[in-house]
Design a protein around this ligand. Structure first.
Ligand SMILES: [Zn+2]
Length: 319
């Protein structure tokens, strides 16, 4: 298992910029399974990490959201005219505050993508809303943040070829659908086989793992596919969806990874991308641990791993 020690002395690495959207909260019914409190807790815990510079995100503009979503979906989200079945599929009750929050969550990924291109790595302290399609949101995802950020940075002329590494336990069906015809993007997704979404949208490389997959098997499978995906994608920017939900204590995940296993996962991704010098835009995606503090621990560990990306000039020997 890769070392979880800080590999780089603190004073040699600049702070990683991280964008938060936790203060834009919205009403949920009592006992709802979406862990809204997690975002504030992650922000508070992230504030204690060295080398992390946390800022509030701006809202994504409607014109930027229009790069990903249909006018019809945006109009109906903005005005609260979702059909009952759509609200059920989304899994969150519509409110004006929900819309503002979803815009901030997407804005955070846009800002993190730009910061990653400037600095080599940056994060959204949330995001990873990969179940949102062009014309509908699902599975707690109103807008697709990664596809929007990809298209915004591309429109700015900053990137063309993009890799999405999605290690949230759920398949990124919306992202796959949105990028299906995009020859300059490549998706790698490592999922729990018996998990939502039950109707899959194929990505470029999908790995489906059985219930109870533990650390060793998971890391072997990831290692087998990751470097080849990077070689095929030849990315100028990589979006990472580092879901905490493969964790053994997750209510939805089913894959039975330990916290050390998840840290090893993040370290493997960090080192594989750093070896070829590709900038990383990190999102935290899902996490539904029985005890919310476990999800927070895992998210903070992920942030700690990625704040230890050494400057790209030091990575030339691996390229
Ligand atoms: Zn998930």
């Amino acid at each position: 298992m890769p070392s979880t020690e800080d590999p780089v002395p603190a004073d040699t690495v600049p702070a990683m910029r991280a964008f938060a959207h936790d203060v834009y909260t919205y009403p949920l019914p009592e006992g709802h399974r979406f862990p809204l409190a997690k975002y504030r807790m992650v922000r508070e815990a992230a504030g204690t990490l060295p080398r992390l510079d946390v800022r509030d995100a701006d809202a994504a503009g409607w014109d930027d959201l229009g790069r990903t979503h249909s006018d019809d979906w945006l109009e109906r989200v903005a005005t609260g005219r979702l059909e009952r079945r759509e609200e059920l599929a989304l899994g969150l009750p519509w409110s004006r505050a929900l819309v503002e929050r979803a815009r901030r969550a997407t804005g955070a990924t846009i800002l993190a993508a730009r910061a990653a291109l400037d600095d080599g790595v940056a994060a959204n302290l949330g995001g990873g809303t990969h179940h949102a399609f062009a014309d509908v949101g699902r599975g707690f995802c109103v807008f697709n943040d990664v596809v929007t950020a990809l298209r915004v940075t591309r429109a700015e002329g900053r990137v063309r070829r993009v890799l999405v590494v999605d290690v949230d336990v759920h398949q990124g069906d919306g992202t796959h659908a949105l990028l299906a015809a995009d020859a300059d993007s490549f998706t790698l997704s490592v999922n729990g086989f018996r998990n939502y979404p039950f109707r899959r949208v194929p990505g470029d490389v999908d790995v489906d793992l059985p219930d109870g997959t533990g650390d060793d098997r998971y890391l072997e499978e990831l290692e087998r596919v990751l470097a080849p995906a990077v070689r095929r994608a030849r990315p100028e920017l990589c979006f990472v969806l580092a879901g905490a939900d493969p964790f053994a204590g997750d209510r939805l995940g089913r894959l039975a990874l330990s916290k050390d296993g998840l840290t090893a996962r993040d370290t493997l991704i960090r080192d594989t991308l750093a070896a070829v010098g590709v900038p990383v835009c990190l999102t935290l995606a899902g996490g539904y641990a029985e005890d919310i503090r476990d999800t927070v621990d895992i998210n903070v560990s992920t942030l700690r791993v990625f704040t230890n990306v050494s400057p790209r000039v030091d990575r030339g020997d691996h390229a």
